[in-house]
Design a protein around this ligand. Structure first.
Ligand code: AMP
Length: 192
């Protein structure tokens, strides 16, 4: 079974390119952000707790997203593997993912990292706010905090996966969505 991690700062294009990658390689796409937004929309207790943290630009606790990931792993049918989008986002999550997979006799296959500069993060999130109306895209303060959260808590994963020999990076800019998608797919092809 393949376990790909789709990595990158907010606005890098993970959600935009996830569909094409998962279709091409017959992977089940799991976005922890989307799962959390579904909990919020359904008004569950978990959703209510997550909403506050998400709108502040902070992360939800590791145990919450890990629980969602483990149940998603149990529902695989007809796919060759998973494309994890937005998970892991902390070193603790990365270490726990290794343990969760080891219990299943599996391991992370590769990290597909899409990189863009900080200036572009702001520009893309502002653009997405106008289209999708995501609460965590709306305010400058939240965006600033998400960028800070990314650098402080998520960026250290690059070293973690480089050490494991699993890190593969591609530029998520410049160019059109189609040009970027072609570049991302070419990179994924090269690591098969
Ligand atoms: P995303 O759609 O991936 O940008 O995620 C939206 C928000 O959901 C993030 O800013 C976090 O608040 C929360 N979130 C998503 N994935 C995780 C994760 N792996 N760990 C903690 N919080 C997460």
């Amino acid at each position: 079974m393949k376990y790909y991690i789709l990595f990158g700062p907010p606005g890098a294009g993970k959600g935009t390119h996830a569909g094409a990658i998962s279709e091409k390689y017959n992977l089940k796409h799991i976005s922890t952000g989307e799962l959390l937004r579904a909990e919020i929309a359904a008004g569950t207790e978990l959703g209510l707790k997550a909403k506050e943290l998400i709108t502040a630009g902070a992360l939800v606790p590791d145990a919450v997203v890990e629980g969602m990931i483990e149940s998603a792993f149990d529902t695989l049918k007809g796919f060759d593997g998973f494309l994890l989008d937005g998970f892991p986002r902390t070193l603790g999550q990365a270490e726990d993912l290794d343990k969760i997979l080891a219990k299943r006799g599996e391991e992370v296959t590769a990290v597909i990292s899409i990189m863009i500069p900080d200036d572009l993060i702001r520009e893309r999130i502002a653009h997405r706010a106008a289209i999708e109306g995501r609460a965590d895209d709306a305010s400058e303060a939240t965006i600033t905090n998400r960028i800070k959260t990314y650098h402080a808590q998520t960026e250290p994963l690059i070293e973690y996966y480089k050490k494991a020999g699993k890190y593969h990076e591609v530029a998520g800019w410049p160019g059109t969505i189609e040009e970027n998608r072609a570049r991302v797919l070419a990179m994924v092809d090269s690591i098969q």
